[in-house]
Design a protein around this ligand. Structure first.
Ligand SMILES: [Zn+2]
Length: 246
């Protein structure tokens, strides 16, 4: 009997840089590759965020990325230096982010540097993920005008959406929840360096309980529909739940 798969679960791993916990990263990425689960990684081109630096690890993250890319892993630009500052997000996702204090020209230069580093190191750009889910209006304008960036992966939307000229892939969760609770498309954000091996194994166990088709999606075939009133309600509902949970 074939099961009808009408929901998608997309896993992304954030904060890959030269001083992240490579042991955990290698373990999780390789386990996902083994299972044929699409792997999406938010790579920080030039990390300057002291809070996520591990003293134990220092390696060439571009070389590692190139190796993983040859095994089908997809890479997303995760800001430029991941220096977080306070600010208010256009989508109300966060009160922190990179670029909040920058003028549009500075943001443009930083994003160009990120793109150049990806190009120089032969890493294909799948899209953009803002550090700490922080999007200022200026950042959105820069991203909208940039031809190398076609998708942003963020926001509490029930399905892939379009806002102005920006394609938005939803990111609503930080864990895998029961299927009946999930909307049409679920984006799951994980930080491998901050996870224990036990937690990683628990996650893999949850993945193994689900039909692999839930995880298989091709970004090229994803349809981004215009944001509507229902999407705004969904967004508000998620923000209320998150507020209550905190
Ligand atoms: Zn990050």
């Amino acid at each position: 009997m074939t099961q009808k798969i009408n929901k998608k679960i997309a896993i992304r791993l954030d904060d890959f840089h030269e001083n992240c916990d490579l042991k955990k990263w290698e373990y999780l990425v390789e386990e996902l590759i083994k299972r044929k689960i699409p792997v999406h990684i938010g790579l920080i081109p030039r990390n300057r965020d002291q809070n996520i630096i591990s003293k134990t690890f220092n390696f060439n993250h571009w070389e590692k990325a190139l190796n993983w890319q040859s095994q089908g892993v997809h890479f997303w630009i995760h800001g430029f230096e991941h220096r977080l500052e306070k600010g208010s997000c256009y989508f109300s996702l966060s009160k922190k982010g990179e670029f909040f204090n920058d003028e549009i020209e500075t943001i443009r230069q930083k994003i160009s540097k990120s793109i150049s580093l990806f190009n120089l190191n032969k890493i294909d750009i799948t899209g953009f993920i803002a550090p700490a889910h922080g999007y200022s209006e200026k950042l959105l304008k820069v991203l909208e005008q940039n031809k190398s960036i076609n998708v942003i992966w963020d926001g509490y939307w029930p399905a892939p959406k379009k806002h102005k000229n920006i394609n938005l892939l939803p990111q609503q969760y930080w864990d895998i929840y029961p299927l009946f609770l999930l909307p049409e498309f679920s984006g799951i954000c994980l930080h491998p360096s901050a996870m224990s091996f036990r937690k990683i194994n628990y996650l893999l166990k949850k993945i193994d309980q689900l039909n692999i088709s839930y995880f298989q999606f091709n970004l090229k075939n994803v349809k981004f529909k215009k944001l509507n009133f229902f999407d705004q309600i969904f967004n508000l509902f998620y923000r209320i739940i998150k507020f209550i949970k905190h």
